[in-house]
Design a protein around this ligand. Structure first.
Ligand code: UDP
Length: 355
């Protein structure tokens, strides 16, 4: 029996963990999973709603660590996670993605000589200004089991010399695709504020956009223009973005709602005619539901989607965002097969972790 301590803390990690924890739970004789929630995301609509909707087991350890600088947050997590690892003595620590919770979990484990498995390994934006890029590179480098979602991720690791290290890296496909397909088929929810006709779905929360006044202003101008001239724009707004917009004092003319649960999000994705986002997860989800996507960033880790023209990189350039929205609104994405696997990533991960 292997004991796995899974460290999660932010919204996308709850969604990814929902399918992986489910796959691990199907192996009760081989794996015991202990969940640790750092508390990085803590609002009900950023955290508990996902545990309720997606039937994620209640974390055995619930920390309350959020806010402060990156250093402060990561340091506090490191200290608490270390204590839990010493008490629980897991055989392995499992982390997801690229948040401060990811890095703190990985670092606490490796310093205690506990092996680390990283889900969503090998992704790169090649922009070290992004906190996520720093977190994912450091986490990959202390992991010995690297579960990559794409061939591109494998190639990134090969280029960084991972082939010559005593590690295992596998292209298992994308766990977010597993989640999107599973919950689209097995659960449904809708929200009253969903526009009746065609609309564009937007999300915005990356620090590079929310913490830069010029970029934020330019993106909001573009969204306002699209709302007035192309189709209504619906923005479930991230708490960080809401605060940044208030600080900036810029007027939002689009429809703004509080963050929604994952099932509502799937309904919005299925109903919309365009996705505008700076989220990593949303770029792929747009593709899973074959909706065109405009990414309001200068780089993306999901380059496959740009190559097959399912995704347009528009940066924070107002004109470029509007032009791309005009071009792609309502278009359909046609591809023979998904670059993200066949929807069995979590099963493959569970089987590998059981060995
Ligand atoms: N999401 C959600 N409700 C929202 C906004 C996003 O459930 O109001 C989901 C979205 O569908 C995706 C995930 O949250 O699965 C993406 O998380 P986020 O954009 O916060 O992080 P990123 O993917 O950029 O790391």
């Amino acid at each position: 029996m292997k004991k796995i301590l899974t460290v999660i803390g932010a919204r996308p990690q709850f969604i990814k963990a929902s399918v992986v924890s489910h796959a691990l739970a199907k192996r009760p004789d081989e794996i015991e999973e202990v969940l640790l929630h750092t508390g990085q995301h803590f609002d009900a609509n950023m955290s508990s709603i996902f545990f309720d909707q997606l039937s994620i087991p209640k974390p055995r350890f619930q920390l309350d660590i959020h806010g402060g600088t990156h250093g402060q947050m990561t340091a506090r997590m490191l200290e608490s996670i270390e204590r839990i690892i010493l008490d629980e003595k897991p055989d392995r620590v499992l982390v997801y993605g690229d948040t401060n919770s990811t890095l703190a979990g990985a670092l606490a484990a490796i310093k205690l000589h506990v092996p680390v498995a990283h889900i969503e390994a090998g992704l790169r934006s090649f922009n070290m200004q992004m906190p996520e890029e720093v977190n994912r590179i450091l986490t990959d480098n202390v992991s010995d089991l690297l579960f990559c979602p794409t061939e591109t991720a494998i190639k990134n690791l090969e280029r960084e010399g991972f082939c010559s290290k005593p590690i295992t890296m596998l292209n298992v496909g994308d766990v977010m695709q597993d989640a999107a397909l599973f919950f689209a088929q097995n659960a449904s929810a809708t929200i009253e504020s969903k526009p009746k006709g065609d609309f564009a779905l937007a999300t915005l929360h990356r620090a590079e956009n929310t913490d830069d006044e010029n970029r934020l202003r330019s993106i909001i101008n573009a969204l306002n223009h699209i709302h007035k001239n192309i189709a209504p724009v619906l923005l479930p707004v991230h708490p960080r973005t809401r605060a940044a917009i208030q600080r900036l004092g810029v007027e939002l003319e689009i429809s703004v709602i509080d963050p929604v649960g994952y099932l509502e999000m799937i309904d919005l994705l299925q109903s919309c005619s365009l996705v505008l986002t700076d989220s990593g997860g949303l770029q792929k989800e747009a593709f899973f539901f074959r909706k065109p996507c405009i990414t309001m960033r200068d780089q993306t880790e999901w380059v496959e989607l740009v190559e097959i023209k399912a995704n347009t990189l528009a940066g924070a350039d107002e004109e470029q965002i509007i032009k791309s929205a005009r071009q792609s609104f309502g278009s359909t994405i046609q591809v023979a097969h998904s670059p993200y696997g066949e929807g069995f990533a979590s099963e493959k991960i569970a089987s590998c972790l059981a060995k």
